[in-house]
Ligand binder design. Structure first.
Ligand code: ATP
Length: 264
């Protein structure tokens, strides 16, 4: 077991709890999708699970060790976190951004060296984004930047990657690029991934497990196909949906289509 959350509850100061008694486990090479309506607490959950916010009650464990007791440097050498919004107040190239991902492995005053730069070049080559090495991150498209940020996460050689809405705002081509990459890093390289997503169809296409939050603070968690049902989605989002399944070449594809707002 790589990540485990036990009885996690959280609310921001002077506000009601938004996460109540969350429990889940994540094994090597598995992908967990977190879903739920806007503002329900998905980003908050990602932050709590890796100790960026403190659970009010409950705990997170990495390899069985309470995350609160893991030395920061050690924790961030095993975990990479890619937040949702990306704006940079300074000019930074794709290669420099990827090299920054090595920081958890460097000493406090240690500068990245030639080895780190070579590693960054290698990772960028592996995922097919060498062309972005000298491009300013502030001038990249959403899809290009997302791939650079995933490369930055991967150079850390993490056991767990947390991605907050990695495919939001990307066109179909870039969504597939990013999702394929997440799937490869998990299912071929054994890295665990937790991703927030607003796209149930994407969750169903790559994730092994799903956790869906709803506004009452309740949630459902389990195998993706058992969780992303018409009934569960309708309850969480107050929308009638149709879950379709069809064959495409030798694959079975599932898609989830929103139909109408539910009454009440
Ligand atoms: N630092 C904060 N202080 C107080 N309240 C906050 C803070 N950050 C988020 N919230 C509130 O907590 C709730 C959950 O926010 P969160 O960003 O976790 O939701 P989300 O499910 O990720 O939303 P979205 O799908 O819109 O990205 C929201 O009502 C939000 O306004």
């Amino acid at each position: 077991m790589i990540l485990e959350v036990q009885n996690g509850s959280f609310g921001y100061p002077h506000q009601q709890k938004i996460l109540k008694d969350i429990n889940f486990t994540l094994s090597k090479g598995k992908i967990l999708s977190v879903l739920g309506p806007n503002g329900v607490g998905k980003t908050t959950l990602l932050k709590c699970m890796v100790g960026l916010l403190d659970w009010i009650e409950g705990k997170s464990f990495l390899y069985g060790e309470d995350i609160k007791h893991i030395n920061t440097k050690k924790l961030w050498s095993k975990v990479s976190y890619i937040p949702q919004s990306h704006t940079f107040a300074f000019s930074i190239t794709g290669l420099e951004m990827v090299v920054l991902g090595r920081s958890a492995h460097l000493g406090i005053f240690e500068q990245p060296g030639i080895k780190d730069i070579e590693m960054a070049e290698e990772i960028m080559k592996q995922i097919g984004i060498e062309r972005l090495a000298s491009k300013d991150c502030n001038h990249m498209s959403g899809g290009e930047l997302q791939m650079v940020l995933i490369a930055k996460a991967l150079i850390n050689k993490p056991d767990l990657i947390i991605l907050d809405e990695p495919e939001t705002g990307l066109d179909f081509h870039n969504q597939i690029l990013v999702l394929n990459l997440i799937e490869r890093m998990a299912h071929e390289n054994g890295i665990c991934a937790v991703m927030n997503t607003h796209y149930p169809t994407n969750a169903i296409s790559i994730s092994d497990e799903a956790l869906m939050l709803n506004r009452t603070g309740d949630y459902v968690y389990g195998k993706t196909q058992d969780i992303l049902t018409e009934e569960n989605i309708s309850k969480a989002f107050h929308v009638n949906v149709a879950v379709n399944q069809f064959h495409y070449n030798d694959r079975i594809i599932k898609s989830i289509i929103p139909i109408s707002i539910t009454n009440g």
